[in-house]
Design a protein around this ligand. Structure first.
Ligand code: TXA
Ligand code: MG
Length: 320
């Protein structure tokens, strides 16, 4: 029997009983539990096989609740929260003492956001506690953007995926931390840097682990298909290096019409980066289930969401 259901009351009952429910957001599906239940939070780490040092994002129903989660709100953080929440932006701020250490990996900061999805906003508003929710995929795997992706990963581990359809934005939130009250981007994501800079001026991007010990989850290899994956600016050149192999291609806006290709997916025929982001993980899930020898992925234009998508693709195609 399927674990996918639209029954919000059932989700409330499970979460209140310290169990996990996968929840829809506009970015990716999250694996959610009560932030104050040690049992639920341990279960999140165990289910994902995620190391305990990698902290979780706290999801709240509105900006008004931020004051219960954090102890200080820099001016620019408040401006960003008022402007972009509900939305695909996570703020990392000094934590309130009520936030358990297991949520923050022992750090004195906590990551928090208001997701922009009607179903999950309704759920959060009916619960007396916030939800911790990492992306609902096993550690390092491709993130889920459809309820079916989560079901395939965790049907033996959790009782319910709350069905909210396909995720509209399709890649994870942009994470912003603060140093001396100034915003720093810790993870590129579904809110473009340009949109953030339009509100608070120039921001530094420290999107790599080497650059930023404060962003513990930024692994070189991440979001990865099981199939060998290569990222390139020249699809045809790459195809010519892999003759007699079963090749899948993930192209940006055009078909390569090459007989060496076994399956091809085009992210956006009209070159729309928002559309490309929304289809990205679903396309990778699909290609990864076709028993291909190799997935060849085209690098996207380096502006706006193109930078966020390329960040994910680099990690998906990382080889030691
Ligand atoms: O769009 C999203 O952000 C999704 C949806 C479900 O909300 N969630 C998500 O969570 O992507 P997760 O756990 O897959 O990624 C959270 C990232 C990790 O890289 C983690 O290291 C970082 O947030 N993070 C969490 N707390 C932090 C903190 N206090 N300081 C720095 N980074 C933190
Ligand atoms: Mg994740």
């Amino acid at each position: 029997m399927s674990i996918i259901s639209k029954d919000i009351q059932k989700a409330i009952a499970l979460l209140t009983n310290e169990e996990l429910v996968a929840i829809p957001t506009e970015t990716v599906y999250g694996l959610a539990g009560n932030i104050f239940s040690e049992k639920a939070i341990k279960s999140i780490f165990e289910t994902k096989k995620r190391p305990f040092f990698n902290p979780l994002i706290v999801h709240i129903s509105s900006v008004d609740i931020l004051k219960n989660i954090v102890s200080e709100v820099p001016k620019k953080a408040q401006i960003l929260a008022d402007k972009f929440w509900p939305g695909s932006m996570t703020l990392v701020l000094k934590k309130d003492k009520s936030i358990p250490d297991i949520i923050t990996g022992g750090k004195d900061t906590v990551a928090v956001r208001v997701p922009n999805h009607a179903v999950t906003l309704e759920l959060l508003s009916k619960l007396p506690f916030p939800l911790a929710a990492p992306s609902a995929n096993p550690f390092n795997n491709i993130s889920p953007t459809k309820p079916e992706h989560v079901e395939r990963y965790f049907k033996n581990d959790i009782k319910m995926v709350l069905d909210g359809g396909s995720c509209k934005n399709g890649i994870e939130s942009t994470i912003i931390g603060f140093e001396n009250e100034e915003p720093i981007i810790y993870r590129l994501g579904a809110l473009a840097v340009e949109d953030i800079e339009a509100v608070v001026g120039k921001v530094l991007v420290k999107n790599k682990k080497e650059e930023n010990p404060d962003a513990p989850g930024m692994l070189a290899k991440h979001y990865s298909p099981q199939t060998f994956t290569v990222l390139t600016t020249n699809i045809l050149d790459e195809i010519s290096k892999h003759q007699h192999k079963k090749i899948g291609v993930l192209a940006f806006n055009t078909s390569y019409k090459n007989e060496g290709i076994s399956t091809e997916i085009i992210l956006s025929k009209i070159s729309n980066l928002q559309e490309a982001a929304s289809k990205l993980y679903d396309a990778l899930h699909e290609l990864d289930h076709l028993n291909l020898d190799i997935i060849i992925v085209e690098k996207l234009p380096e502006n706006g969401l193109g930078n966020s998508i390329n960040d994910r693709l680099k990690r998906a195609a990382f080889h030691q």
